[in-house]
Design a protein around this ligand. Structure first.
Ligand SMILES: CC(C)(COP(=O)(O)OP(=O)(O)OC[C@H]1O[C@@H](n2cnc3c(N)ncnc32)[C@H](O)[C@@H]1OP(=O)(O)O)[C@@H](O)C(=O)NCCC(=O)NCCS
Length: 414
């Protein structure tokens, strides 16, 4: 008999959480407080488990929650964010993830979600379900003495100011700053109160205790909060008593290039600090070019980050703006879901409708997910055989229409 896949009851949460942790190779013992905190924030209708018919034990876990994803042009698109996916090693490769994903897509369709999103633990898992990598990340390590920055500077040169603040002040100013930033950042997702509470230690999981950070806020000359950085430093000295500390940035939000410049310069001016690791930024982040010697910033991590699965093509393509006018008929294949069909996109008006007209381009829904936020190039996907051109010039037009001048960036892992 096959496992029973269904939403879990609240009483099954400890068993379900243990399954998630086992999937992630985490042996931590859950406390009652861990379970209670999760229960408080959990949507049980959207929390699936698979239960072994013989033992009744939870053997697979899957959860989703409502999310807003900013798309080019600034619209916040209703999405279902998928998280906490784990199957016990004793029950893997029996189709349990496939069944839970199918149930999620059916529920998402009934709710009217336009997209599904996730951060993939491993690249090969989610393409088969129609997801495509839609944003990329880069992390730089800055060799501070090489930057050429004047370390005698003690305040931003633009008349703004930087103040170190405590967690309580971060909870006051952070959410509004982030809301303003995400409205102008394609790829960004909403944060809730729990996010800020976890990031500032007001809430914590017993096996992932909060570790104190430093926080600094940048205010413009007019007194407006326009930037925030959260960072930690290690404690590294040579035997000869020379400080060699590294700052690791955990979150850096900046509304303007001036705020970005001020915060990076601040981090690179801290005494004892020889290296600054930037945390995950967009690959076209300004940070190297904000330094007098951009080569002092070296990329140490580059990878795919947010994966997007288009569920409702008409609403998804109608929600974003385009970089150039032009009309394209897209033939979308979708073995596992509801996106299959032929669609006419008018990029000039930003509208999309189903059509019976001849296709200009053929592509799988996973390729559409990769094009959707403007990060991927249709020309590249065509070279890889993932987009097929039916009308000469259609691939180049798709590139001009979909690809954005600045690359999307998702600051959050979920
Ligand atoms: C990844 C995981 C959730 C897959 O669950 P599962 O129930 O074994 O998946 P399914 O049996 O439904 O697999 C469906 C297909 O995907 C393939 N697949 C699943 N996981 C894969 C992986 N990690 N790499 C490559 N292929 C994978 C299967 O081989 C199967 O292919 P097939 O239909 O051609 O045979 C599970 O292996 C797991 O819990 N891994 C550890 C935790 C983890 O990585 N979680 C994901 C967090 S984002």
């Amino acid at each position: 008999m096959s496992a029973d896949v269904r939403p879990i009851a609240e009483s099954e949460l400890p068993d379900w959480l243990r399954t998630v942790n086992t999937g992630f190779l985490n042996t931590a013992r859950l406390t009652d407080a861990d379970v209670a905190m999760r229960a408080k924030h959990n949507d049980f209708a959207r929390t699936q488990g698979a239960f072994d018919p013989d033992t009744g034990r939870c053997v697979a876990a899957f959860r989703s929650f409502a999310q807003e994803l900013t798309v080019p042009g600034g619209a916040a698109v209703p999405s279902t964010a998928i998280s906490n996916v784990g199957v016990l090693p004793t029950h893997r490769r029996q189709g349990l993830l496939t069944r839970m994903m199918a149930a999620e897509f059916a529920a998402a369709g009934a709710r009217g979600d336009v997209l599904a999103t996730l951060i993939a633990a491993e690249y090969p898992i989610y393409g088969r379900y129609g997801f495509g990598p839609a944003t990329s990340l880069a992390e730089w390590e800055i060799d501070v003495p090489r930057t050429g920055l004047d370390r005698r500077l003690s305040a931003p040169a633009d008349g703004g100011r930087i103040d170190l603040v405590d967690e309580a002040e971060v909870r006051q100013v952070g959410p509004e700053l982030h809301e303003r930033l995400r409205a102008r950042t394609p790829g960004a997702v909403n944060r809730n109160e729990r996010w800020w509470n976890m990031a500032t230690g007001l809430q914590e999981i017993s096996y992932r205790p909060y570790r104190e950070k430093f926080f600094a806020v940048y205010r413009t000359a007019a007194g407006e909060v326009a930037g925030l950085v959260a960072y930690r430093a290690d404690d590294h000295w040579t035997d000869a008593k020379v400080p060699q500390n590294t700052v690791q940035v955990h979150d850096l939000l900046a509304l303007t290039p001036q705020a970005e410049r001020a915060l990076w310069q601040f981090l690179c001016s801290i005494d004892w600090v020889l290296k600054v690791r930037t945390g995950y930024r967009a690959p076209d982040d300004l940070v190297p070019q904000l330094l007098p010697d951009p080569r002092s910033a070296r990329i140490v991590t580059a990878a795919d980050f947010l994966w997007v699965r288009v569920l409702d093509v008409v609403r998804a393509l109608g929600a974003r703006t385009y970089e150039a006018p032009g009309e394209l008929v897209l033939e979308v294949t979708d073995a596992a879901g509801p996106a299959a069909g032929r669609y006419r996109l008018d990029a000039g008006t930003g509208t999309c409708e189903r059509t019976g007209a001849a296709a200009d381009l053929r592509l799988d829904v996973s390729a559409l997910g990769s094009l959707y936020l403007g990060d991927e190039s249709a020309v590249r996907l065509a070279a890889l055989g993932r987009v097929t051109e039916e009308r000469p010039g259609a691939v180049a037009l798709a590139d001009a229409v979909f690809r954005t001048a600045r690359r999307p960036w998702c600051p959050d892992i979920f």
